[in-house]
Design a protein around this ligand. Sequence first.
Ligand code: DX5
Ligand code: ZN
Length: 220
Amino acid sequence: MKNTLSPSLLAVDFTHIADQVKTVEEAGAHWLHLDVMDGCFVPNISFGPPVIQSIRGITDLTFDVHLMIEDPIRYVDAFKKAGADLLTFHAEAAPDIPAMIAAVKAAGLKCGISVNPGTPIERVYPYISDVDMVLVMSVEPGFGGQKFMPIALEKIAQLKDAAKDTRPDLLIEVDGGINSENVSRVLAAGANVIVAGSAVFSGDIASNVETFLKLLDEDK
Ligand code: DX5
Ligand code: ZN
């Protein structure tokens, strides 16, 4: 299965969104990771459907929307209308996980479920056959630019093993503190979707994307 790069918009220069999104797209990034924060589930507020809808107009990248919001089922339709392709919610934030998965699928979107660094990976096992993707957080959600937490590597490997018979095609995304130094370890553990914010959007964006893509291709 081909590995996917999903640059996180949280680290973009917001005065140059259009240019920088075009740059990552033209450099060959596959998806765009959009971090939605509500100031309740996480201690930060980012952006919501209107901003995503505006950006939808300037790119064909797959929109990988990461909901860090309480009771996310309330907003499934809003994010669908805004142009999301894949909607990932937190297991810790959804009071009724099966209902949330059903709502995302009914909206015609791909569905991901995520766990924080402190939440055991076993928490998602009951849903492995129902979702398209599991997002393993490698930082406490809420802020970009944090340090990668190695606990994520064990969780990825455990998840990969748990899914190998029933869901060999499961997407395993990792998010937080990933850079060109540690990405190969993350891939070797079993991840196949890599989120990177500050490591993509600082310095030479196109060359950062190219470096990541090369490392993603090397992992077989
Ligand atoms: C953190 C977000 C991440 C963040 C990653 O809550 O979910 O997507 O933007 O940024 P870096 O790659 O800088 O850790
Ligand atoms: Zn994220």
